[in-house]
Design a binder for this molecule. Structure first.
Ligand code: 5GP
Length: 190
C-alpha cells in the first residue's frame, strides 16, 4: 500500500510503477467525494452517496475506511478478494488512517510512505495542481501535518523530490518484496 499526504504524488508514482510492473493492479476505492472533472465512476473511484457508503460500512463491505477532509474513503473487500486469492499483487493508494487499518488486517502488505521534500513543496503542489478549492487545500495541508508525523510507522519512506529518483526507489522496494516474498503477493486479510 502507498500512503502519504494529499498532493505528494502517490497517484503519479503508482502509474509509473505500473508502467514497469504491469502485473500490479490498482484497487479502485469508494468515496463520498464528488467526482472531479474527468474522473469516471468505477475507474477513478466508486462514487457513492453518503447513505450508500454508510450502508456498506454496516454490511462489512470495507477492509478499511476513513474520514478525510470532510468525505469518506474506503477499500472494498470486493476489490481485493479475488485478486489476492489468485496471487495478483494489488496496490492501495490510501491516507494514513486507512493505512493503519490495513496494517492490522493485512500485516503482510508492503507499507510505503511517500513524503514531500518539504511542507512548502507540498503546499505548492496542492495549490498548483488546481484540483481542489482553496478551503480543501487548507484542510488537506492541516491533515498533512499529522500524516507527516506518522511517517516513522511505515516500513519504507520514499521522498518524492525528483520523480525519477522516487520511481526508482519504489521499483526497488516493490520488486524486491514481490520477488523475494511470495506472501506479499498472496497475502490474505483477516
Ligand atoms: P482525493 O480526494 O485527493 O482523491 O483523496 C484524498 C485522500 O484519500 C488521498 O490521500 C487518498 O490517497 C486517500 N484515499 C483514496 N482512496 C482511499 C481509500 O480507499 N481509503 C482511504 N483510507 N484513503 C483513501
Amino acid at each position: 500500500m502507498i500512503t502519504g499526504p494529499s498532493g505528494v504524488g502517490k497517484g503519479t508514482l503508482i502509474h509509473a510503477l505500473q508502467d514497469h510492473l504491469p502485473q500490479l493492479q490498482l484497487s479502485v476505492s469508494a468515496t463520498t467525494r464528488s467526482p472531479r472533472p474527468g474522473e469516471q465512476d468505477g475507474v477513478a473511484y466508486h462514487f457513492l452517496g453518503r447513505d450508500e457508503f454508510a450502508r456498506r460500512v454496516v454490511a462489512g463491505e470495507f477492509v478499511e475506511h476513513a474520514e478525510y477532509a470532510g468525505n469518506s474513503y474506503g477499500t472494498l473487500r470486493s476489490e481485493l478478494d479475488g485478486r489476492l486469492d489468485a496471487g495478483i499483487p494489488v496496490v492501495l493508494e490510501i491516507e494514513v488512517q486507512g493505512a493503519r487499518q490495513i496494517r492490522e488486517a493485512l500485516p503482510e502488505a508492503v507499507q510505503v510512505f511517500i513524503a514531500p521534500p518539504s511542507r512548502e513543496a507540498l503546499r505548492e503542489r496542492l495549490v498548483g495542481r488546481g484540483t481542489d478549492p482553496p478551503e480543501q487545500v487548507v484542510r488537506r495541508l492541516e491533515t498533512a501535518d499529522d500524516e507527516l508525523a506518522a511517517r516513522g510507522e511505515f516500513s519504507y519512506v520514499v521522498v518524492n523530490d525528483r520523480l525519477e529518483d522516487a520511481v526508482a526507489q519504489l521499483l526497488e522496494i516493490v520488486g524486491r518484496e514481490l520477488g523475494d516474498d511470495e506472501s506479499a503477493a498472496s497475502a490474505q486479510y483477516s
